[in-house]
Design a protein around this ligand. Sequence first.
Ligand code: HEM
Length: 195
Amino acid sequence: MLLALSWPPQAYLWFKTLHIVGVVVWFAGLFYLVRLFIYHREAAELDPPLREAFEAQYGLMERRLANIITTPGMVVAVVCAVGLLTVTPTWLHQSWMHAKLAFVAALLAYHAFCYRLMGQLQRRECQWNGRQLRALNELPTLLLVIVVMLVVFKDQFPTGAATWFMVALVVFMAASIQFYARWRRLRSERLAAEG
Ligand code: HEM
């Protein structure tokens, strides 16, 4: 309470502004990082000199994206979230916040897992293929939708038709990406077979 009273009047709004900026940067990084993993993984199918050049380039892009954009975005989002909770600690007693924290924990685990995959790709030890990585890239989309809904609706989280429409939209997007990748792969195989 004493802590809450000592903050300047606009502190909460500044924390919220920077929290949202941090979240946007964090997600931009997470989305692009796994897309780079897909290209990196598919470069393994190229002939040796080309493969080495592409792998080195994707490895460099991944490390820079992860360390200069994605992780700093995550740090800004989390530090400002702590600021928001410090200014208004009552949020911590509400159930939407407990749910939000659980999904954010899942997101942090995903972030750490991306680093693990990045290390495996650099060492050519990654067992995930392009299709699996594309599917993995849908997880942050789902977490994003759920967390944003929680923060907007709070304890009135909707469970009606509109929510199911959102779920269907995410599933549709994920399926479209898989189908498009499959169509592209089949087309290039056909073109290669035709000479
Ligand atoms: C580190 C854990 C996090 C905590 C403790 C946290 C906490 C908060 C708090 C207290 C607010 C202010 C709510 C209000 O004023 O109504 C807020 C706003 C917001 N948070 Fe988070 N947050 C966290 C992570 C995230 C993540 C990962 C996302 C995105 C996926 C996110 C998205 C947002 C958005 C969009 C707002 C603005 C909502 C609004 O003004 O209506 N937060 N957050």
